[in-house]
Design a protein around this ligand. Structure first.
Ligand SMILES: [Zn+2]
Length: 403
């Protein structure tokens, strides 16, 4: 079952209403116009509508008509999920599939930012939060085999060290907030000593500090098995133990660091190591795994090369399979592809819904009627609407959405 169901409200429109746009409407572009042109058309239309209030709808001369800006997916989003592993110093000859040169990493972020991509939280998207700022394209960054020193490590002041990869992303986001810093880190906490790994176990304190920094800064931590096992040759009990042990150790570290307050926000998502999938009872153990707090498995991630490049569909789409979501290896090649093909990744458009009675906008039924009116008048397109924290699905042919 899709968890997004509870976030999405369906708005029942009559098909006739959707398909019969008034001929006087300022827009009704042919469907083959690309997203950017659509966005401009809708924005212009919205601005025109907002700027020319109809006199008949102003009850008194002193009252200003009230409009709400909504953002709309008028085309289905396609979300690339790029998968990073470790980082190499700039003195390295070239980036490999497992270690990206730090310079290449920064250049990649900058190219993606200029191509209009913005980082989103993977878990939020799967749960139905489909918001991205207008004109921006959603993008997910993930990192596997966490935590290695070169991925992130704290200095003596508790700040991430400048010679680690994630801090470069953090710094980039400070200078480019439109790109942002949102990560999904898939951890193997039991297959390596961290930092200056010592037999006395001091490394656990360092690891805990790093984990706390990550969780406090929008780098969320998920599961990649405790010891990075090959699941295709593991049995169900072994798989269950690996998933559980990674989760238990993460919680132990947080408790030891005095940050058990972070535990309730830990999610349940999993990336299959090496892309070697288990079958039969092993597969069932994986998909049925629940966290120590009782959260069921939300999503499982695959990995593939950019030669077979695939993207995450929106959670309401029939193509969306939460138990096999594609990710892209080889970040430099993936970035190159995305920059070159940026126009194929839709952005949200915005539109003004109204005029509205400001006192009623927290009422879902009232909002539904207002959206309906905006569509039938031709002011706003059909699509997935995000307005006042609500998500409405008002597409043709998918009116009673979400199982
Ligand atoms: Zn891995």
């Amino acid at each position: 079952m899709k968890n997004s169901a509870k976030y999405i409200l369906s708005l029942v429109l009559f098909l006739s209403a959707c398909s019969e746009r008034p001929t006087t409407a300022p827009l009704s572009p042919p469907i083959d116009i690309e997203a950017t042109a659509l966005a401009m058309a809708y924005t212009m239309a919205a601005e025109t509508m907002a700027a020319v209030p109809t006199e008949t709808q102003i009850p008194t001369p002193t009252e200003i008509p009230f409009f709400l800006t909504t953002t709309i997916w008028s085309e289905d989003a396609r979300v690339p999920i790029i998968n990073y592993h470790q980082f190499a110093p700039n003195s390295s000859e070239k980036s490999t599939d497992h270690k990206i040169r730090m310079e290449d990493f920064i250049d990649g972020m900058d190219a993606l930012n200029q191509a209009g991509f913005t980082l989103i939280h993977l878990e939020d998207w799967i749960n139905g939060d489909l918001y991205v700022p207008e004109g921006r394209r959603p993008l997910v960054f993930t990192m596997d085999d966490v935590f290695y020193n070169n991925q992130i490590r704290m200095d003596e002041n508790g700040e991430p060290r400048a010679d680690t990869g994630l801090v470069l992303a953090w710094q980039y986001a400070q200078e480019h907030p439109e790109f942002g810093f949102k990560w999904s880190l898939f951890s193997n906490l039991g297959d390596k000593w961290y930092a200056d790994g010592d037999a006395e176990g001091k490394w656990k304190e360092e690891l805990a500090k790093t984990i706390v920094w990550a969780l406090d800064h929008d780098a969320r931590i998920y599961n990649h098995t405790y010891r990075h096992i090959r699941m295709d040759i593991s049995d169900a009990a072994g798989i269950l133990w690996e998933l559980e042990q990674n989760d238990l150790f993460l919680r132990e570290l947080l408790v030891n660091a005095g940050r058990e307050d972070l535990i309730p926000s830990l999610g349940n998502m999993f990336a299959v190591p090496f892309g070697y999938w288990p079958t039969g009872s092993g597969y069932n153990a994986m998909t049925n795994y629940i966290t120590p707090e009782g959260k069921p498995m939300l999503a499982i991630f695959d990995i593939d090369w950019p030669v077979r490049i695939k993207f995450m569909a929106p959670p309401y789409s029939p193509e969306f399979d939460p138990m096999k979501i594609p990710r892209i290896a080889m970040p430099p090649e993936a970035v190159e592809y995305l920059v070159e093909h940026q126009a194929e990744f839709p952005t949200m458009v915005s539109c003004q819904v109204g005029p509205l009675d400001a006192e009623q906008v927290s009422n879902q039924e009232y909002l539904k009627d207002a959206i309906h009116a905006s569509i039938t008048s031709g002011t706003c397109p059909v699509g997935i609407y995000i307005i006042e924290g609500y998500t409405f699905d008002v597409r043709q042919g998918a009116l009673q959405l979400m199982d």
